[in-house]
Design a protein around this ligand. Structure first.
Ligand SMILES: Cc1ncc(C[n+]2csc(CCOP(=O)(O)OP(=O)(O)O)c2C)c(N)n1
Ligand code: SF4
Ligand SMILES: [Mg+2]
Length: 332
């Protein structure tokens, strides 16, 4: 009989306030992301939350290319690039590989976090099937973090399945004949992962504008173990076309307008948190989406009717969905 003892995930207690956040940095200088890049902040906070016993894998995109330009890297932990659609496979394969090496006594048996990140193009479009498959394998401890800058940013801002309705991208430029080129409502990625993967014990949405909350969701996902999934909304000055100093504020506005609800689903139980919880409980009111859209050049071509359409769709998410912003069904 094997004497191998199953390695349980390390329990990472939540940071109790900003003053208690770890000081160590594992994503440091040496990258070339744009000024104000929120996705780079997500990387920094994600690995700060996870700590040094972590392997990071990442699919092609800004967080690969701009972070590991020839012979430089900001990563202080082991890091590997994986193909654009492969964050799910890389996460599962690495977690499985570690497990086998430990079982065979070829490396010290200890909890090691495995995090694979992907962009919205790589994760919500191209790599969706691999992520879905990974979330069905309960025996392997890995976290998939989708950083959503709402375009294929690295190749110069093409529309993805996560690009908001009407946004200007290089694939959907506003023209004289057609003002709105991109008419799809954004995919509901976290809701889809939570609703469709009974073996996945934890799904959360985060925004780095609420940094401590964001880090604590990463810590919780890693502590729960098994395959877990986090979706982060990341303002991108280049693709969204605004002054880089407003990244933080735009993240907050996306939440306060109700465009991106913050929630977690743990073992099938849904909890709204942060500003979204206040909205759900009626303690605050949703800000008009106009205030958010008008701050970004990618919506500069919007007329009043476009803003009204956008507002009506967000209202629908809140007023008609079975669970506000999460489950897009209505009771018959
Ligand atoms: C299979 C494949 N198709 C296309 C590309 C070209 N490519 C490299 S990065 C990228 C954009 C990825 O977008 P996303 O995943 O959203 O990450 P972001 O660049 O926005 O950070 C594309 C299309 C590629 N590397 N591999
Ligand atoms: S294009 Fe956007 S996501 Fe890419 S490095 Fe610049 S700010 Fe970050
Ligand atoms: Mg992207």
């Amino acid at each position: 009989m094997s004497s191998f003892v199953e390695i349980l995930p390390q329990v990472l207690e939540p940071f109790k306030g900003v003053k208690k956040v770890a000081l160590e940095e594992y994503f440091t200088s040496g990258h070339r992301t744009c000024q104000g890049c929120e996705s780079a902040l997500v990387m920094k906070l994600m690995i700060k939350a996870a700590g040094e016993r972590t392997i990071v894998l990442g699919s092609t995109g800004c967080m690969y290319v701009a972070n590991t330009t020839y012979y430089t890297t900001p990563w202080v932990v082991p890091w590997m690039h994986t193909q654009l659609g492969s964050s799910g496979s890389a996460a599962l394969g690495t977690a499985a590989g570690l497990k086998v090496l430990m079982r065979k006594g070829k490396m010290k048996a200890e909890p090691i976090n495995v995090i694979a990140f992907c962009g919205d193009g790589g994760g919500a479009d191209m790599g969706l099937s691999a992520i879905s498959a990974t979330l069905t394998h309960r025996d392997y401890n890995c976290l998939i973090l989708l950083y959503d800058n709402e375009s294929y940013a690295n190749t110069d801002i093409q529309a993805s399945g996560m690009t908001p309705y009407g946004a200007y991208t290089t694939f959907s430029p506003a023209g004289k004949v057609k003002r709105i080129m991109h008419k799809r409502w954004k995919k509901n990625m976290a809701g889809m992962m939570a609703a469709g993967h009974p073996e996945c014990r934890y799904v959360a949405t985060v925004c780095a504008s609420y940094a401590v909350d964001m880090m604590n969701k990463v810590r919780k996902a890693l502590s729960i173990g098994g395959p877990t999934f986090i979706h982060s909304l990341d303002p991108c000055p280049k693709g969204w076309d605004y002054d880089p100093m407003y990244s933080h504020e735009l993240g907050e506005m996306a939440i306060k307008c109700g465009i991106f609800p913050l929630y977690e689903v743990e073992d099938g139980k849904l909890t709204f948190y942060g500003q979204t919880k206040y909205l759900v409980e009626g303690r605050t009111k949703r800000k008009p989406v106009r205030e958010y859209l008008n701050r970004q050049g990618r919506f500069a071509h919007f007329l009043d009717e476009d803003i009204e359409y956008f507002q009506a769709k967000v209202d629908e998410m809140w007023e008609k969905w079975l669970l506000p912003g999460v489950i897009p069904f209505t009771n018959a």
